[in-house]
Structure formats: C-alpha cells, structure tokens
Ligand binder design. Structure first.
Ligand SMILES: Nc1nc2c(c(=O)[nH]1)N[C@H]1C(S)=C(S)[C@@H](COP(=O)(O)O)O[C@H]1N2
Ligand SMILES: [Mo]
Length: 201
C-alpha cells in the first residue's frame, strides 16, 4: 500500500545532521578515554593559556566560572561512529580566554593539554570565531567526572577526540604538534563531514 511504503521510506531517511558513517546514539552517551579517570579538586584546579601569547594567563576554578557564559546547542561526533544530536553544553568561549592571553601573530596551532597528560592538537582557527568552548555543564547538569568534569574542551565541529576531557590548558605554537591520538594514527584535523578519521584520510 502506497501510504505504508511512504511511511517506511520516511522513517529510513537519514537525519541530515549525521555526518557520513555516523549513527545516532540517542539516549546513550558513551564514555571513552585512554587514561584512568582522575579525581580533580576544584580548589586546586587551574586552566592556563601559555606559549606564543602576550600574556600567559591562568584561571582558577572560581575565576573561570566568573567569566561571561557561552552555550553550545548542537551535535557531537565520535570517530568510533556514534554521534549525539541536539546536545547542550555551557561554559566559556575559547575566544574569551584568548582575548585575555592575546596570541602573538606567529601562533598558528594549539596543543590542548589535560591534567592527566592527554594532549590533542588543533589549528588556532579551529578554536577561534565561536567554534570552541571550555565547558562545565552538559544537558543542564554539572559535567560528570566520566565526561571530563570539572571542565573539558568542546570543539564540536571536529571529531570528539579533539574535545580534551579534564582540560588543563592551551599551548599556542607556531607549528603543528601531534597529540596523543594523532601520534597513534588519528587524523591531524578530524573533520567529520570529510571523514578525516585516520592519517591519510
Ligand atoms: N583526557 C582525555 N580526553 C579525551 C579522550 C581521552 O582519552 N582522554 N578521548 C577523546 C575521545 S576519543 C572521545 S570520543 C571523547 C569521549 O568523551 P565522552 O567520554 O564524554 O563521551 O573524549 C575525548 N577526550
Ligand atoms: Mo573518540
């Protein structure tokens, strides 16, 4: 019956928000990390922007949370093929942090670091212009420790391994320096719409 076929066809339509090769994880939010989950005390937690900046700057937990808030509403995409659509994160825009530290003209890349030693590299252009955040809330609740709490980097237009959990800072560099997964075969940039999963993609 035509009506039934139409209905089935519609149900099988791929959500246009899903990049190629990705599926919608719906109610599930997988937890993925390489290292042991750390226990970080917000009383001693800091976030530092260092390297090629006019003013190396460190924020305490309270100082970070006193900055103007910024929200991301949208999708995230893990290279292991799950995506989550319509997520809400809150924190501070990386632009606000860089405005304080003032990158030197020679800065072209950043290396994001974590309190655990995890690293990931990004072109400076991928963390400026409203494309990246340091977030401490997800779905209206404080970020859980499994998902990187107290705070993580969020760079949602790239595969999620760029969103360093337990983030400790950004180091500005005049060259690209591969991070943890990038040294282990993942792509340097990781654009999910171009399926930049592995080196050479
Ligand atoms: N510190 C740290 N951050 C990390 C990782 C990691 O191993 N260590 N893995 C990345 C990868 S591959 C993914 S998919 C996401 C997973 O975040 P989630 O556990 O909140 O879903 O964290 C990213 N950030
Ligand atoms: Mo991932």
């Amino acid at each position: 019956m035509a009506v039934t076929r139409g209905f089935v066809g519609k149900r099988r339509t791929r959500d246009p928000r899903l990049p190629p090769g990705q599926y919608d994880a719906r109610d599930e939010w997988p937890v993925l990390h390489a290292e042991a989950t750390p226990r970080l005390d917000t009383a001693r937690w800091t976030f530092t922007i260092s390297g090629l900046v006019e003013q190396e700057t460190t924020w305490t937990w309270d100082e970070l949370r006193a900055l103007p808030r910024s929200r991301y509403e949208g999708d995230i995409h893990c290279v292991t093929t799950w995506s989550k659509l319509g997520m809400t994160f809150e924190g501070v825009s990386v632009d606000t942090l860089l405005d304080a530290a003032r990158p030197l003209p020679s800065a072209t890349h950043v290396l994001a670091t974590s309190h655990t030693g995890y690293t990931t590299n990004l072109p400076l252009a991928d963390v400026t212009g409203g494309k990246a955040w340091v977030v401490w809330e997800a779905q209206g609740h404080p970020l859980t420790v499994e998902h990187g709490g107290p705070a993580r980097l969020l760079v949602p237009h790239l595969y999620f391994w760029k969103s360093a959990k337990w983030v400790s800072g950004l180091r500005l560099l005049d060259h690209d320096e591969p991070g943890f997964w990038e040294r282990n075969g993942y792509h340097d940039r990781g654009d999910p719409w171009l399926e930049q999963r592995y080196q050479g993609d």
